[in-house]
Write a protein that binds this ligand. Structure first.
Ligand code: 5AD
Ligand code: SF4
Length: 457
């Protein structure tokens, strides 16, 4: 049901941290709250309920949240009836301990417990502390229509699965988000078709490990794999672009690659986190592939989808990492020629396999120096990749104004690169596709101008 024309008794304000999955969860939370008399506000000063949807992936993410909580403590002092809730991964990791450590917090709600929010709010309104951090084996919020927050009206995230069964040694996610489960394919299709009908032109199918999507269609008595789901969504309309995130190199199949190659509207872009380029470190990380195996996967992708955009996640200074291991990471990055990477230094998380098994023995300054080298190399690779695009023409989905100037449009090509071009001379709107010939670039953007008819390609 649309949120328009509704009377809301109270106002909530929500801030989200961490991955796209968390931002997507906040849209589910917004939907549940709307149905229970709470309307969203972008101004926390006037909110009756402040929610922080938190991330635990690195210590820094948790520190940021704690700083925000300290700010909200002051707000709460001037508005005594206001409630503060901590949602998401940090809530799940710290549970009731969070109430002891952060006394202003009224509610602690884990990622599988959002349906119980209305009851928890009622409980907190009576002055009691309310906690629900139960993880579920089957909750996917399949039937809940997310309320789009901070949306550009063109691109939306659609959650297709929750949790994670991989046990990467560094990662807290299996503990904070629980077991892996896939969402009903029909409800995914309804959500994507609904978005298209509302004018959206791009959906990103989200999951911690999308390639292990698996749904039993009881009516057709057929299994839906990730490749089949991608195809179903692509068939909604050729004007609807489809992206997905995140893939685990061990799970992405040829079937998925062929499906991407077959449909023009499935974007030629794969985020394929490598984490490290050293086989020894990969083994300690429990990633279950070697350096050579990953390289062969990159080769396979490029042989089936020659213009595929590639990006990665990289961790420097994992337990026992030597200079030689680090050099292996640099050389693998160069081999993969990533267009972009998310890069981090290792942050030990309590309870993970690595925290239990290995010493966090690479000194912080070494982790940071290696990270610096990784970032510098990625900057060079990004610039080189963008330079190779000069002179090419790309189909760009317009997302809105350029951040720098309202005289320019900003959009993305299939490879997920940001493309800027002047509005002048064309009559495009947000959500339209335009063909853009690239004339120049920076490390982060392609800059060009619109071309028509014969000029295309
Ligand atoms: N320390 C640093 N980076 C981490 N990541 C996950 N756990 C940690 C950690 N303990 C990174 C990985 C992952 C991305 C989402 O965050 O690269 O792919
Ligand atoms: Fe952070 Fe991971 Fe939780 Fe996402 S799933 S919010 S990245 S800890």
């Amino acid at each position: 049901m649309a949120a328009i024309n509704r009377e809301y008794r109270k106002k909530f304000y929500i801030e989200s941290y961490g991955c796209a999955m968390n931002f997507s969860d906040s849209e589910i939370v917004a939907s549940i709250l709307n149905d229970n008399g709470f309307g969203a506000t972008g101004n926390y000063i006037e909110a009756d309920l402040i929610l922080l949807n938190t991330c635990s992936i690195r210590e820094k993410a948790e520190q940021t949240v704690r700083q925000r909580l300290h700010l909200f403590r002051q707000v709460k002092q001037s508005r005594p009836g206001m409630l503060i809730g901590v949602l998401g991964c940090m809530a799940e990791r710290l549970k009731g301990k969070l109430l002891e450590e952060e006394r202003l917090v009224d509610m602690v709600v884990g990622p599988d417990a959002y349906r119980t929010l209305p009851g928890l709010i009622e409980e907190a309104e009576t002055g009691q502390k309310a906690v629900n951090v139960l993880l579920s084996r089957d909750e996917t919020y399949a039937d809940i229509s997310p309320v789009r927050l901070d949306s550009n009206g063109v691109a939306a995230f659609v959650s297709i699965m929750r949790g994670c069964n991989n046990m990467c040694a560094f990662c807290v996610v299996p503990f904070t988000r629980g077991r892996e489960r896939s969402r009903d394919a029909d409800s995914i299709m309804r959500e994507c078709a609904g978005l298209f009908a509302q004018g959206y032109r791009e959906v990103t199918l989200l999951g911690q490990n999308v390639d292990s999507y698996y749904w039993m269609d009881e009516v057709a008595d057929k299994i839906v794999t990730f490749a089949q789901l991608l195809e179903k969504v692509a068939l909604i309309d050729p004007l609807l672009r489809v992206r997905f995130s995140t893939s685990h190199p061990k799970d992405i199949t040829d079937e998925v690659l062929h499906t991407i190659a077959r449909y023009e509207n499935i974007c030629n872009y794969i985020h394929l986190p490598v984490q490290s380029g050293s086989t020894r470190i990969l083994q300690l990380m429990n990633r279950t592939y070697t350096r050579e195996w990953y390289m062969a996967k990159i080769d396979r992708i490029l042989s089936l989808i020659p213009d595929c955009g590639l990006s990665s996640d990289i961790i420097t200074g994992f337990c026992t990492e030597t200079e030689e291991d680090h050099q292996d990471t640099l050389s693998l990055m160069a081999y993969s020629r990533y267009d972009m990477s998310y890069m981090f230094f290792y942050s030990e998380r309590p309870g993970t396999l690595a925290a239990r098994r290995y010493a966090d023995d690479v000194p912080e300054e070494v982790k940071k120096r290696r990270l610096d080298e990784v970032v510098k190399l990625q900057n060079r690779l990004s610039l080189e990749s963008n330079k190779r695009d000069i002179g090419k023409t790309f189909k760009v989905l317009i997302e809105g104004d350029s951040k720098k100037s309202a005289a320019d449009w900003r959009g993305r090509n299939s490879q997920n690169k940001v493309v800027i071009f002047p509005k002048e001379g064309g009559s495009y709107n947000k959500g339209d596709y335009a063909w853009i010939k690239i004339a120049e670039c920076t490390g982060a953007t392609l800059i060009g101008s619109a071309v028509q008819g014969e000029e295309i390609n």
